[in-house]
Design a binder for this molecule. Sequence first.
Ligand code: GTP
Ligand code: MG
Length: 148
Amino acid sequence: MEQSFIMIKPDGVQRGLVGEIISRFEKKGFSLRGLKLMSVDRAFAENHYSDLAGKPFFNGLIEYIISGPVVAMIWEGKNVVATGRKIIGATKPVDSDVGTIRGDFAIDVGRNIIHGSDSVESARKEIALWFPEGPVYWQSSLHSWIYE
Ligand code: GTP
Ligand code: MG
């Protein structure tokens, strides 16, 4: 089934939002396939955000991502990439709907708490980068209560 790479950024970790964020993905019905607390170096962060190299905010973004530990996760479920982006909310918190993670907890675009893959193809690349060991497979006993 479809997988997405979700990362709680250093501000989300420092602000004690790890449990709240995991809870939102769990309650939706998605399945956790990978989870680790990590500190990444500059080269790793630049690789993750290589699509944005050259943007005026790129250096600030890299400084932000390497400023403290992050929580890297793989979540799985039907349409998890698109739905994960909805749960997270728009990039700029001023545009994020209330009820989304960024809409509820963030103010500045440069401190927007969480990353989610923007396509199935990006998810595949990001999971390979962050989880070279691969996902952990298991089946929730709730599966038939979540999927028809
Ligand atoms: P991610 O899930 O983190 O990839 O965010 P996104 O897909 O919603 O946005 P995008 O990939 O375009 O940008 C990646 C990250 O760069 C954003 O989440 C922000 O943290 C940061 N960013 C994007 N645009 C701006 C900007 O205009 N100014 C600043 N300071 N940061 C930005
Ligand atoms: Mg993005």
